[in-house]
Design a binder for this molecule. Structure first.
Ligand code: IMP
Ligand code: MG
Length: 173
C-alpha cells in the first residue's frame, strides 16, 4: 500500500511522552506489581515501550478484540477474539490501548475485566480522540489527545498496513 503520510507525532515525541507515563505509573504503583494487558494488535509498540519505563514488577499479558474489521468505520459490534490465560482477581491491572475513539471497545473490555474482580483496574491509551466519544470511558493515563483524523503507525493500521511506521501519521487524501 503506498500513500503519502504526513507526520503528526514524531518518534522522539512518542518516546519522550511514553517515558513520562512509565515514570508516572512507577510512582503511582510503588510497592505493587502490575499486570499490563496489551490489546492486540495496535498497542504492541506502545505496550513494549511503556513496559521498559516501568520500574515496578510487570507481567505482560495479551487480549484481542475486534470492532472495525478491515475498514475505518467502527461497526460498534465488539467481539473478544483472544482472552487472557491468567486469573486477574486481586491483581493490579492496567489495560494498554493504542487509541480510544468512540469508546465502544474499551467500554466493553473494561466492563468484562472489572467483573473478574481485580484489586485495581486502570486504563492507559497512547492516543485519545475525545471528540468522537459515543460511550463514556475513564482513561487514567493519556499519551496525546489528537483531533478527529484517521491516524496510522506505531502499531495503528489502515487495513492491516502501516503498523510498522515508527511515528504517528495521517494519510493524505
Ligand atoms: P473505538 O471502539 O471506536 O474506541 O475504537 C477503538 C479501535 O478502533 C482502536 O483500538 C483502533 O483499532 C481503531 N481505531 C480508531 N481510530 C483509529 C485511527 O485513527 N487509526 C487506526 N485505528 C483506529
Ligand atoms: Mg485496536
Amino acid at each position: 500500500m503506498s500513500n503519502n503520510i504526513s507526520v503528526l507525532i514524531s518518534e522522539e515525541e512518542l518516546n519522550a511522552r511514553i517515558r513520562e507515563l512509565g515514570e508516572q505509573i512507577t510512582r503511582d504503583y510503588q510497592g505493587k506489581e502490575i499486570v499490563l494487558i496489551c490489546i492486540l494488535k495496535g498497542s504492541v509498540f506502545y505496550s513494549c515501550e511503556l513496559a521498559k519505563h516501568i520500574g515496578v514488577p510487570v507481567q505482560l499479558e495479551f487480549m484481542r478484540c475486534s470492532s472495525y474489521g478491515d475498514s475505518h468505520v467502527s461497526s460498534g459490534n465488539v467481539r473478544l477474539m483472544l482472552d487472557l490465560d491468567i486469573d486477574i482477581a486481586g491483581r493490579n491491572v492496567i489495560v494498554v490501548e493504542d487509541i480510544v475513539d468512540t469508546g465502544r471497545t474499551l467500554y466493553y473490555l473494561m466492563g468484562l475485566l472489572s467483573d473478574r474482580k481485580p484489586a485495581s483496574l486502570r486504563l492507559t491509551t497512547l492516543l485519545d480522540k475525545p471528540d468522537r466519544r459515543v460511550k463514556e470511558v475513564n482513561v487514567d493515563y493519556v499519551g496525546f489527545n489528537i483531533p478527529d483524523k484517521f491516524v496510522v503507525g506505531y502499531g495503528l493500521d489502515f487495513a492491516q498496513n502501516y503498523r510498522n511506521l515508527p511515528y504517528i501519521g495521517v494519510i493524505e487524501k
